[in-house]
Ligand binder design. Structure first.
Ligand SMILES: O=C(O)CCC(=O)C(=O)O
Ligand SMILES: [Mn+2]
Length: 150
């Protein structure tokens, strides 16, 4: 996933404007057309962040065993310093960050309704993950709004 071989045991769907294809591990995802609800959320997220988005990766973590492994969202399609706005809905999960060079890690909960913004050099210097948990978690939906520029 995202240009690297990482395990993604979760359900995911790619929505966006026409032409916002997204390639990872030699797989190109063509966008599904926007739904009314996703377009409304995109507008609200744009208002809150002052950034423009033309696509969203919708992720469903069915329970605590679904996860996304360590990665950076650093595909060329997103440009050098992408703004990624990540809206969490449903079960709380931990979001993990680790620096690529320095021994620095961060871990914090993403409550339902929270909006996490990754921008600047975040993808260049940091990796992030939502790891499997031993503690039971019910379903969580995560919408990561992105801007495909190439
Ligand atoms: O579920 C999350 O909070 C993060 C998802 C993520 O990093 C991704 O889809 O690239
Ligand atoms: Mn990511």
């Amino acid at each position: 996933m995202y240009g690297k071989r990482v395990k993604v045991p979760r359900l995911q769907a790619w929505y966006g404007d026409q032409g916002t294809d997204y390639t990872y591990t030699q797989l190109t995802m063509s966008p599904l057309p926007w739904t009314e609800q996703l377009l409304m959320l995109k507008q609200q997220v744009s208002n809150a962040t002052g950034a423009e988005f033309n696509s969203v990766l919708a992720n469903c973590y069915r329970n605590h065993q679904d996860s996304v492994a360590w990665h950076s969202d650093d595909e060329p399609e997103l440009g050098e310093t992408p703004v990624i706005a990540s809206l969490s809905l449903g079960a709380e999960r931990f979001f993990h960050l680790k620096h690529k060079v320095k021994p620095i890690t961060h871990k914090f909960k993403l409550p339902s309704g929270s909006l996490l913004i990754m921008k600047g050099n975040t993808q260049k210097y940091w990796q992030h993950a939502v790891l499997k948990s031993r503690i039971h978690a019910s379903m969580r939906i995560n919408l990561t709004f992105r801007k495909i520029i190439k």
